[in-house]
Design a protein around this ligand. Sequence first.
Ligand SMILES: C[S@@+](CC[C@H](N)C(=O)[O-])C[C@H]1O[C@@H](n2cnc3c(N)ncnc32)[C@H](O)[C@@H]1O
Length: 265
Amino acid sequence: MDVPNSVTLAAAEADAAASLAERERAFYNEKGETSYHLVRGWIWRAIGEFRRNEEAHDLYDAAGKDVLDYGCGPGYLTKQLIDAGAASVTGIDVSNAEIEQAQRRARQDGVEGRCRFLVADAHATGFPDDSFDLVIGDSIIHHLDVRRALVELRRILRPDGTAVFLEPLWHNPLLRVGRALTPSARTPDEHPLTVDDWALCAEIFPAFDHEERELFTIPLMPLNLVLPTRLQRRLAKRVWRFDDRMLARFPGLRKHARSTFLVMK
Ligand SMILES: C[S@@+](CC[C@H](N)C(=O)[O-])C[C@H]1O[C@@H](n2cnc3c(N)ncnc32)[C@H](O)[C@@H]1O
């Protein structure tokens, strides 16, 4: 019997990552023909004013940096990065439909001459070593083979570079119920991050830190389907303060938050 050696194992792992990327491409290219947008709309209504995603962008400074938006989707962040003074902005995504949308958006925003978008697999981007000062991503790592992605990020980041990601977490049972109820808004392979993924980040990046947001807001999310925005906002401010205190005081609760912000150097 042939025993697989390290070369054949590495090739099998690369094939598995390429197949994963292919399935993601098919899902995102075809999502316009499914109930994806409808279900996503309901999810965003339930998150409502509890959302703290924007705070991830306070964790980096794009000014003067060569920035990569990793898994850029429709390019929501491009204008913000250019306005913040990025020296260059590159967006990659495995879906050509998403890249076309990002290009359209950049044209509409009048920034198309100051950014570029490429169809590429995040596991094997094809960029030379040390290409970027800053890599950012919103909800991408949990669509990837995490180890392969982190090794690729380490390779394309300059030695003094930083990578910042906003990702969902897996451990809270209420979030798992929410996911189970909304399968058409999820790709078959996506996997919100676990404490093991934090350990992997720490293994591959010598300086790794993470922060969590949205915890006691989670059981209150169904209220947002009926509360007016003004009341959601008032409630959010109170619960955020409570969340921050509890997460600082009881670190064991951190894995139960909705979002984790990863900062890797
Ligand atoms: C949840 S969406 C997030 C998109 C965008 N960052 C945003 O916040 O709107 C995940 C994105 O990852 C992309 N993606 C999934 N697997 C990928 C891969 N292997 N390489 C590059 N992009 C990938 C998908 O096409 C999709 O656009």
